[in-house]
Design a protein around this ligand. Sequence first.
Ligand code: SF4
Ligand code: MSK
Length: 641
Amino acid sequence: MTHHYAERSINKDTQEMIKRAEELGIETVWDRLEAQQPQCGYCATGLSCRICAMGPCRIDIFGEGPKRGVCGASADTIVARNLGRMIAAGASAHSDHGRDIIETFHLVASGKGGDAYEIRDPEKMRRVAAEYGIETEGRDDMEIAEELAEAVIEEFGMRKGKLQMAARAPSKRQEIWEKLGIVPRGIDRENVEMLHRTHMGVDNDYVNILLHGLRVSLSDGYGGSMVATEFSDILFGTPKPVESQINLGTLKADHVNIALHGHNPMLSEVIVRAAQDPDLIKLAKEKGAAGINLVGLCCTGNEILMRQGIPMAGNHLMQELVIMTGALEVMIVDYQCIMPAVTDVAACFHTKVISTFDKAKFPGATHISFDPERAIEIGKEIVRTAIENFPNRNPDRVRIPVEPVNLVAGFSVEAIVGALGGTPEPLVNAIKEGKIRGAVGIVGCNNPKIKQDYGHTVLTKELIANDILVVVTGCTAVADAKSGLMTPEAADLAGEGLRGICKALGIPPVLHMGSCVDNTRILVLLSALANFLGVDIADLPVAAAAPEWYSEKAVSIGAYAVASGVYTVLGTAPPVFGSMNVVKLLTEGLEDAVGATFAVEPDPKRAAVLIRRRIEAKRKALGLPHIEPDSIPMPEPEITL
Ligand code: SF4
Ligand code: MSK
């Protein structure tokens, strides 16, 4: 095996554990990526199609090979169809998560939530109910909850023409969607329509397919994902700033360690309670442990970090490595972003992987079917399993490589506006004066094709140094926090204007807004800023980036960001380069249609310049003090596709 660990991640904990994997001869995601080389060029450029049994087909745009599939589909059609299906898969994943949350809320509303769940933010519930036109005055919480739950569940496959929460977007944005015919309807409807359109012999017009792709993504952004965020807040509490710690050093050698991995907070919230149960703590002590230690991974980790301050072990590429510490009794998985390989790694240690959702089973894992009506009982059963497994740990194999790093998380829109004194005005004024030049959402995953966290952290540092406020979610948030960027002291790395504001408010220059479904918080914040100024989102000095994305969900997120008017820079190439028409549409044509485009730039220092130029151009258009965009020099590329 080659020793690539220093090139694979910027983080000491990850490097150490990759080294450990090599010592133990355990395969990791990086080894498997290497084994896949060279990856298929047709698939990488979106030019392969296996939609029907006349195929599979592939288009050879460069050589003498076929220019059409068996059915006659062109490169444009095939690339657009593939991208459309990626958006639909990502939107479906988010939205099915949202459906699970709203169904749990419905259970609570109908009095079947047992001891496990309650409405922790009734005020927010009343606000959302009012948006749905539900009478709240003088009514009991549970009565409102039931009516609201039914209205939201109905929206998944609704008959009416528009998702309610799409009305949160500025009116100018809604007019653009109306004009293009992409006002989002029910999530199920948009996704099914995408699968229909991309069936052989239906929609063969790449523009038409991709416009519907935007509509699908909007049904995720203003539907499925927004439902997941809003109703998680209502059920589990709206996040407020909270201190915690991060990296593999959050595992404790003398404790029973349990990692919570995936995306859905329904079970993890219950596990947090079960881990505080005095009987279970007593049992842990009887087994020789000092206590029970919970750590998060990926976005389930973000959910319980934001609301409960549970420490975070790491992001996407660390899920195998956390097991290799030898100190993990149980990894509880729900769904999304869980590599099937975790059970192979767990088999080399005493760690048990427990799958919990019937729609997400993992060969090699123990399956404990989660039922919200028996949530507490199941939560305790899982924690007990972890405790019983503690004596099976081999202390000689335990390696906890680093000390944890501090962080502050929990910046919901409510928390941000609260910190500003109840109105976005101070933020708007700081932007107007140029103390803050703009704001950027950096989101998305890790991808082993990129040195882990390099893209996230370099881009973040470049932006804050230039007085651009950064908000983060998902695995970006984890990356930035591990690098110490999520403490108030990190304000010292910011430019003078941003530094002053962060110091005055006692906040970090990088605000953790949650999990990947919580990108909807960014949509809500942007709408609030645009509405405050009476402009469209596309007029604001803002942008988005996904420097290390890998998942179909990220494609949906990118699409709804652009469809909302936010310029979005991707660090890894989506499979579209087989059609220059599709590339031109995504990187240029969409500007006229929705006021924003995608860009692809693998070098985060160059991505930062693209974003700064965009922000300065928007400042100029708004008549705000600005730097001439073209005067910002573009560095030579250090990283290429
Ligand atoms: Fe080939 Fe057309 Fe079938 Fe795709 S839909 S596999 S291009 S024949
Ligand atoms: S977990 S979707 S790797 S952000 Fe949300 Fe991280 Fe991306 Fe999964």
